[in-house]
Design a protein around this ligand. Sequence first.
Ligand code: DX5
Ligand code: ZN
Length: 228
Amino acid sequence: MTFSRSIKIAPSILSADFANFGAECQAIEAQGADWVHVDVMDGHFVPNITFGPATCKAIRPHIKGVMDVHLMIAPVDAYLQAFAEAGADIITAHLEAGPHIHRTLQAIRGLGKKAGLALNPGTGTDSVAHLLDMVDLICVMTVNPGFGGQKFIHSQVDKVRTLRKMIGDRPIHIEIDGGVTVDTAPLVAAAGADVLVAGSAVFSGGSVANPAPYGENIRAIRAAAQAA
Ligand code: DX5
Ligand code: ZN
């Protein structure tokens, strides 16, 4: 993975057909997705359950590019190795998932993976200052994690701007997760985000049998962000 700050669209398979993950991953990549965003939820850290490392391992062969695994689980450390072995390229853990995020980030890099740090909407940027040299990506949650299809929380745009300043010239991606649409993408792109996760806005109107709308949606979000 070479670092670039160009806009990347990362469809979240949370909005895909759960009985068809392999074909859905192939379809979104064929339609122009840059990364595949994989939302792991445990029913404890967030009020919803999705799937775990076995599913990640099963879909890995269907993804040619980057598998971006977003862990919404607590505790997290005991599961990092399993997600690394499942073939994740990026493993993102939440700052709020436990008292030892520093150790978690060290462990992710120790497994040879890119380390991501996710921040809930209610979390400030202060504690990130001490973690900047151990992260490859900061995921700014623009909804409260747990479900797709929620409304974008506008107060997070300032947080993105603050983080981009703090990052300076370090090779760190800022990823936006939640409520990304053609209307909100330009706001976060202008504030300094380069990875846009989108679930409902990418998958709406399409299917494995009719994937063209995925491509139209991806192109529309990318164009809106690039025009910012
Ligand atoms: C929320 C997940 C997101 C979300 C994105 O907990 O981390 O990836 O599903 O979905 P949309 O784009 O529909 O808000
Ligand atoms: Zn996510």
